[in-house]
Structures are given as structure tokens and as C-alpha cells.
Design a protein around this ligand. Structure first.
Ligand code: GLN
Length: 243
């Protein structure tokens, strides 16, 4: 006699089987559908959208992914070396840089990711800025040294001192809200590095060639301008113009 749970399971299996008698696997779709420009709904199966990797070991993957989808890219969660194949740009999100560095070692991602951040356009936010910096304090492993800056971790204070403040984008002086959560301070900016954002007169966003970093979390507001700027201007991805 099967147990009640076993009986239930059997019934489910039987029902499934009888619902699709002789069902064959669906043939692969011959023609991928073009993504709909009007709805802005990306169609990840078409392979026509630029694939942008978001490091997803720890920290904020989901909101960056949502923003990428909105801007017509295909977000790819990077947690193993094989996920890096075929991406056009990378985002290193906020989180805890020391934990990320340890996890990069244990997953085998350190070496391939370190190579790619020197080759592909990359955006680091908060902990991601720390990973990209030349120097940062109190870390278990060296940083990637993609940006000639020195970052001081947690230098705006502890979690309770987290704040939202006005960030001025340079050049031009447009303003966005910056959400600073145990954010690093940029203590030194090397000669080849552009300051692209300031808060209260100090640098909170930098760019050096195809690498950019922000000390705050652009994914935590509804404002897509900084992701759009990275994808269009830094990464030079062919995205549709904003409507
Ligand atoms: N304090 C974190 C670190 O040092 C960064 C915080 C964040 O990413 N919001 O890595």
C-alpha cells in the first residue's frame, strides 16, 4: 500500500501523463521573434539583445537585472566562470567587498573575472567600486586595480549613517539621488581618472576609459540615467534611444 503522500504523488504523475498523451517535444522555433520596440519587452531568446553580466555571488543582483531589462539588455547572473561567455559588459554590484573577494576564490571566478574586467566595459557600484579600485583598506585579497583610485571602506560611517544625498553629474551638473549604504569614500583620484559625479563637492563617481564606478547604489532609485549612461556612453552598446 503506498502512503497517502506517495499516492498523491502517483496521482499527479498519472494525471500529467494522461493530459498529454503521446506528446512530443516541441520543435525548436525556426525564426526568433524580434523584440517588440513598442512595449520595450525584451525577448531574451532572440539573442539580439546585448548580454550584460552582473556578478551574483552576493549583494544586489535583482535590481540591476531589472534595470538592464528595462534598458533592453539581457542580464546574466555571474556566479560561475562559465557564465562569463558571450557577455558584452559587466556590473559589479554593491554588497560586501571582503565577502565577494572570498567567494571569488572559492568559486574559481577570480582569475577569469579579473581578466575580463580589464577587457570589457565594467561598472562597479559601492562594493563593486572597491573591487575595481587600485587600493582599498582591510581586505583579505588584492583588488582588481582597474581604476587608479584609492577607496576607503565604510568611510561615511556605519549602517545607521546610510543616507540619500544629491549627486551632481559632471559635466553638465544634472542631479540624481544617490543612496549611500556603508559606502566607500574615494580618497585619491589618479591623473587618468575623470570624476563624473560629486556629492557635497567630493568625488563619488569616476571613469577611466571603459571602467566606471559609483560609491552609491543607482539601482535603488527609479532613475535609469546612470545605467543608461554606462550602457550607451561607456560600453557603447547599440541600445534603442530613450522614448
Ligand atoms: N561596506 C561595504 C564594503 O566595504 C560596501 C557597502 C555597499 O556595497 N553598500 O564592501
Amino acid at each position: 500500500m503506498p502512503s497517502a503522500a506517495g499516492e498523491l504523488r502517483l496521482r499527479r504523475v498519472r494525471r500529467k501523463a494522461s493530459a498529454a498523451p503521446g506528446r512530443r517535444p516541441e520543435p525548436a522555433r525556426a525564426m526568433p521573434q524580434a523584440p517588440s520596440l513598442r512595449t520595450g519587452t525584451p525577448s531574451p531568446r532572440t539573442g539580439t539583445l546585448p548580454r550584460v553580466g552582473v556578478l551574483g555571488l552576493q549583494g544586489d543582483f535583482a535590481l540591476h537585472a531589472a534595470r538592464l531589462t528595462e534598458l533592453r539588455c539581457e542580464p546574466v547572473r555571474i556566479s560561475l566562470p562559465e557564465h562569463l561567455a558571450g557577455i558584452s559588459a559587466l556590473i559589479l554590484p554593491g554588497g560586501e567587498s571582503s565577502t565577494m573577494l572570498r567567494l571569488l576564490d572559492s568559486t574559481g571566478l577570480r582569475a577569469p573575472l579579473e581578466r575580463l574586467v580589464h577587457e570589457l566595459p565594467v561598472l562597479g557600484t559601492c562594493a563593486g567600486l572597491i573591487l575595481l579600485a587600485r587600493e582599498a583598506d582591510r581586505l583579505p585579497r588584492p583588488t582588481f586595480d582597474v581604476l587608479d583610485i584609492t577607496a576607503e571602506r565604510n568611510a561615511w560611517g556605519r549602517q545607521v549613517h546610510s543616507f540619500t544625498g544629491a549627486v551632481r553629474l559632471e559635466p553638465g551638473g544634472e542631479e540624481v539621488d544617490g543612496v549611500f549604504i556603508r559606502a566607500p569614500r574615494i580618497r585619491r583620484v589618479g591623473p587618468g581618472v575623470e570624476v563624473i559625479a560629486t556629492h557635497a563637492g567630493e568625488p563619488v563617481g569616476v571613469r577611466q576609459g571603459r571602467a566606471a564606478a559609483l560609491a552609491f547604489h543607482p539601482e535603488l532609485t527609479a532613475d535609469p540615467r546612470l545605467h543608461a549612461w554606462f550602457l550607451r556612453e561607456v560600453a557603447e552598446l547599440p541600445l534603442p534611444e530613450p522614448r
